[in-house]
Design a protein around this ligand. Sequence first.
Ligand SMILES: N[C@@H](CCC(=O)N[C@@H](CS)C(=O)NCC(=O)O)C(=O)O
Length: 239
Amino acid sequence: MNKNLSLFYFNDGKGRAELTRLILVYAQIPFNDHRLSFAEYLSMRDKEKLPFDQLPVLIVDDQIIGQSCAMARYAAKLTGLYPLHDIEAALSDMIVDAWRDLLDLFYRCYVDRVTKEGKFVMTMRSDQEKIDKLNEFFAVILPSHFNTFEQIISNNKKLPFLINDSITWADLAVFDLLDTLDPHASHWTDESVSFYIKEPFGPFQPPQDIFKNYLQLEALKTIISQTPQIAAWLSSHPS
Ligand SMILES: N[C@@H](CCC(=O)N[C@@H](CS)C(=O)NCC(=O)O)C(=O)O
């Protein structure tokens, strides 16, 4: 039975919604892709429509689902990209939890969370603080996660996938990190994207060679980005 799928997220970057989008795009399942301004987010939040007061959310028919991993897992099950074998399913969960950990650590370079007027909300760091934290993220935190992803692919005899011999939602999660953190991506210098840091501290760009030691991840990125539906999506949604 066809489901009516509506995804809601901010309009300033791919962020935590992109894994669910990639899963639906890969499986060629249509969805409504709502990209909200901050004022539209506040209005949705204040009508108590958002679980945990946050975006992204996925509305499936009349049911609202919050939390990026829960949304992506639902989309993966819907589209056959969630492994059926229990151990493979657990391994895919492990990788997607690491996807979220790494995004959390990355976003923490830009924002802090504080309580304000009785709510737990995000607050932007100063540009200098952002740069210091981003340098630490790319030098120390990213390599520790990427080495593990690279090792998981190498240990899987069915290169270059993370689990068994075909694409699962875990591969799309790692692809999303490779795309988001790509030093050559246009979003580092695009003022409309939340990652942009203005002069004199920015624009920030990650070290150009950060991916050079990850040959399996490079192969995974090539295979996924050349899939016709993903290639079309990336060219129409560069940042
Ligand atoms: N654990 C949540 C985190 C969601 C989250 O932090 N959302 C941010 C945007 S990336 C948000 O809605 N921030 C608004 C606020 O907290 O004030 C998830 O993975 O979906």
